[in-house]
Ligand binder design. Structure first.
Ligand code: PEP
Ligand code: MN
Length: 263
């Protein structure tokens, strides 16, 4: 169902007045984790000031260690909802288990499936039964074929509003947190009719690489870019190394706009 052979036109998804998959790249910015109302609201303010339409932020965090911050859960979803209403944004947030879907539906505009859950087939089927758009991230060590099959699980249950997100894969290279597989973008666009995002934050793990990788994503034809922004990354409860602060975010976005004008 997700194959280009099945449907030759691009899938276009309308969310909160933003057209994803047509008319130029879409942007999803926001903190790694929702930590408080104040923290999330500061980021939301800088997003809406740019005329952007999405905010991301994790309420259920899939952390490597059980002793790391696990997210605020439902409280985090409530913060996202409040902030999104105050700033006219759509909420993109990760759901980690089918058990959370029902309570999350009132708070979430786009359900994110994280890299660690790309092959959690029961979760894929459960989000496939909702009518919420889904942002499906590529698994840590998933092939493109496995990634496409994961999207197929969602669509096979009736949900056609799927966005794919390349977020780097695990290789032997240690200079970056993951290796951004930039060629996955045109491959996914050829093989499927779905919009393709690039998460420059988790693919690089390095603040200094966010802008060049976002440019690369746009130049190669990505439908969107995701990156993390925190009012003070030095005190962030997750991903301190890679989130932009607000002035860095402003500069990042100005540079990206300049770059996009060349196209
Ligand atoms: C995230 O986007 O919050 C996240 C945890 O990313 P990933 O699932 O790609 O590691
Ligand atoms: Mn993160």
């Amino acid at each position: 169902l997700v194959s280009r052979k099945k449907k030759s036109e691009d899938t276009v998804i309308e969310i909160n007045g933003e057209t994803v998959g047509a008319g130029g790249p879409s942007f999803i910015f926001g903190p790694c984790s929702v930590e408080s109302y104040e923290q999330t609201a500061k980021v939301a303010e800088s997003i809406s000031a740019k005329g952007l339409k999405f905010i991301r932020g994790g309420a259920y965090k899939p952390r490597t260690s059980p002793y790391d911050f696990q997210g605020l859960g439902l409280e985090g979803l409530k913060i996202l909802k409040r902030v999104s209403q105050e700033h006219g944004l759509a909420v993109v947030t990760e759901i980690v288990t089918p058990a959370h879907i029902e309570e999350a539906l009132d708070y979430v505009d786009v359900i994110q499936i994280g890299a660690r859950n790309m092959q959690n087939f029961e979760l894929l089927k459960a989000v496939g039964e909702t009518n919420k758009p889904v942002l499906l991230k590529r698994g840590l060590a998933a092939t493109i074929d496995e990634f496409i099959h994961a999207a197929e699980y969602i669509m096979s249950k009736g949900n056609e509003n799927i966005m794919l997100c390349e977020r780097g894969i695990r290789t032997y290279e240690k200079a970056t947190r993951n290796t951004l597989d930039i060629s996955a973008v045109p491959i996914l666009k050829q093989e499927t009719h779905l919009p393709v995002f690039v998460d420059v934050t988790h693919s690089t793990g390095r603040r200094d690489l966010l802008l060049p990788c976002a440019k690369a994503a746009i130049a190669i034809g990505a439908d969107g870019v995701m990156a993390e922004v925190h009012p003070d990354p030095s005190v962030a409860l997750s991903d301190q190394q890679q989130q932009m602060d607000i002035p860095e975010f402003d500069q990042f976005y100005i540079e990206l706009q300049k770059f996009m004008k060349q196209y």
